[in-house]
Design a protein around this ligand. Structure first.
Ligand code: DGL
Length: 274
């Protein structure tokens, strides 16, 4: 019998920072990744548009035979987790709640920074999720919209990344935070620059590790984990695959095989009218 896969989606390469951790923790699983590169970035779009894109991505993955869906995108997790959990017959995991768990353990002075896309910050999803676990934590938020195109263009080592990080993180540098959440799955690509500006005393948290743990426990709970043999990954993107392959292989430290580009025509069955 053919193995069922774990489905994951993001607007582009960002979700690969989550895939990397899932792959490490669950080496026997087969993962199908969907990057909506033709419509990246999601973070500046309306909640309606993000929800529609999330539904379309999930519908596409569902037809590929998946047993669990990971929303490897904070923006879609903030705006569409509930609807996907309601509409789909398989477990659906977002990245915000697992990340909030790690924050609560990491902070000692209960002053936490959250950086993310405009849509994620506007939704207050992190604040809500953190406050459910500890209402005494003070959350300082900042959107960093240009980090996503910088990551998608592979410019994380360029001066532009440093200049933008300096500008975006200025207020957080003076907020006496001891923990900073990279509340966008693209941001770990810029982790060195962010660390450099925030200094050694600030713990940087990203969604990948905690989400991977959540994936493992959910698979075990539903008795659908694959623990034997070697897993693998397949990738689908909605624009040309070259840039995705190049940046993706840098994130995963290995060449990306099996990246397929979906032409509008292949994809049209999954597109919902507005
Ligand atoms: N990587 C996504 C996130 O975590 C989406 C970023 C974007 O497309 O703006 O929010």
């Amino acid at each position: 019998m053919q193995k069922l896969s774990i489905g994951m989606f993001d607007s582009g390469v960002g979700g690969l920072t989550v895939l990397k951790e899932v792959k490490k923790l669950l080496p026997s699983e087969h993962i199908i990744y969907f990057g909506d590169t033709a419509r990246v970035p999601y973070g500046n779009r309306s909640p309606q548009a993000v929800t529609k894109y999330a539904l379309e991505s999930a519908l596409f993955l569902l037809t590929k035979g998946i047993k669990l869906l990971v929303i490897a995108c904070n923006t879609s997790s903030a705006l569409a987790l509930n609807i996907l959990q309601k509409k789909f017959p398989i477990p659906v995991i977002g990245v915000i709640d697992p990340c909030a768990k790690e924050v609560v353990t990491a902070t000692k002075n209960k002053r936490v920074g959250v950086i993310g896309t405009k849509a994620t910050i506007k939704s207050n999803a992190y604040e809500k999720s953190i406050h459910k676990l500890d209402p005494d934590i003070q959350v300082f938020s900042k959107s960093c919209p240009l980090f996503v195109p910088i990551a998608e263009e592979g410019l994380e080592k360029d001066e532009v990344a440093h200049l933008m990080a300096k500008k975006y993180l200025k207020d957080l540098q003076h907020a006496h935070i001891d923990t900073l959440v990279m509340g966008c799955t693209h941001y770990p690509i810029l982790e060195d620059v962010i660390k450099n500006i925030m200094g050694k005393k600030v713990t940087i948290v990203n969604a990948g590790r905690e989400t991977a743990k959540e994936v493992k426990s959910t698979l075990e709970k539903h008795k659908i984990a694959d623990t034997k043999g070697k897993g693998g990954c397949e990738y689908f993107v909605t624009d040309s695959p070259e840039a995705f392959e190049e940046i993706g292989s840098r994130i995963l430290n290995e060449p990306l095989s099996k990246v397929r580009s979906l032409k509008n025509l292949d994809y049209k069955d999954y597109l919902l009218s507005s």
